[in-house]
Design a protein around this ligand. Sequence first.
Ligand SMILES: NC(=O)c1ccc[n+]([C@@H]2O[C@H](COP(=O)([O-])OP(=O)(O)OC[C@H]3O[C@@H](n4cnc5c(N)ncnc54)[C@H](O)[C@@H]3O)[C@@H](O)[C@H]2O)c1
Length: 323
Amino acid sequence: MNPGGENVAVVGAGRMGTSIAYALAAAGHRVEVFDPVEAARAAVPERLAAIEAQLDLAVAVGVHDSLAAAVQRADVVIEAGPERLDAKREIFAELVRDAPVWALLATNTSAIPIAEIAAGLPTGERILGTHFWNPPHLVPLVEVVEAETTGAAAVARMVAFLREAGMRPVHVKADIPGFIGNRLQHAMKREAIALVAAGHCTAEALDEVVRHGFGSRLAAIGPLEQADLGGLELTLAIHQTLMPDLDRTPVPHPLLVEKVERGEVGVAVGRGFRDWAPGEAEEVRERVTRELLRRRASERTSSNDGMGTVDGVGNQKVRSDAQ
Ligand SMILES: NC(=O)c1ccc[n+]([C@@H]2O[C@H](COP(=O)([O-])OP(=O)(O)OC[C@H]3O[C@@H](n4cnc5c(N)ncnc54)[C@H](O)[C@@H]3O)[C@@H](O)[C@H]2O)c1
């Protein structure tokens, strides 16, 4: 990384883009964001101010209505535009044309194969995935996804860049649906829905089991570390009993499909897997943010592993020079 920080462009200034821009600016990089929608650009200073209030650190971010202007000096581009293949293909065609030839071109797609976004473009070796987790200014993991055409040098540069920025990059060696994190989350959700559908427990009870059981130690120990600590004979014995009994529905579970068809889609209507009283969803969101802030603060005081570098940058003046 250049000692003075890299030039970073974030394409798409929505929920993820603004938070990514914050995290990278807070790490000392020069960050320019582009969004074609005026309301989105106008919301950037307000969104940044909300994050700054949470973390007590102001940052400088340039805001542009021209993609070419935002990316013209970029060393690293993170695309966080709409989750539509046509939109992402258009954006990447422009990035290949307008960004410097050395720039890493990354997409924050949740689920679109990176190979489809890069198909037909001439510089596939520098196109890759950077799957940030919501909200990026509080959740450090970034899955760095290598598509078939991605070059090893691009992966190594991106991993080093993110690590220097205080994030936790993980190399995902194949462009697989859901990468790693969402595969794990949805494997658990499949079993969770099946248990509730079978009447073995309520949705509330299921969430209690996760939050106050194994979930409370997951931040400290991953599942494979835990298997090693307990001894793999134990994991094998449990798998011999359990595996034949776990849900293997190869499509979305019928209970999930029925709920969506009935309009029971969650907090927006007051009913999903459970009922939601007015104000309850806000309480849950606040609980999550409080927990993420607590975790971030304790990681920063208790470790010297790079997570502390972000706050070391010091306060910078907010720049919102919409062009
Ligand atoms: N929200 C999440 O939890 C989450 C997590 C990981 C990844 N992602 C992915 O990140 C991306 C952005 O998600 P989000 O939640 O921030 O969405 P969002 O709707 O909040 O933001 C998307 C932004 O893209 C802008 N935009 C529209 N057309 C554009 C164009 N042609 N070029 C550039 N920008 C354009 C929109 O104006 C909007 O501000 C998506 O690909 C999404 O799947 C989201």
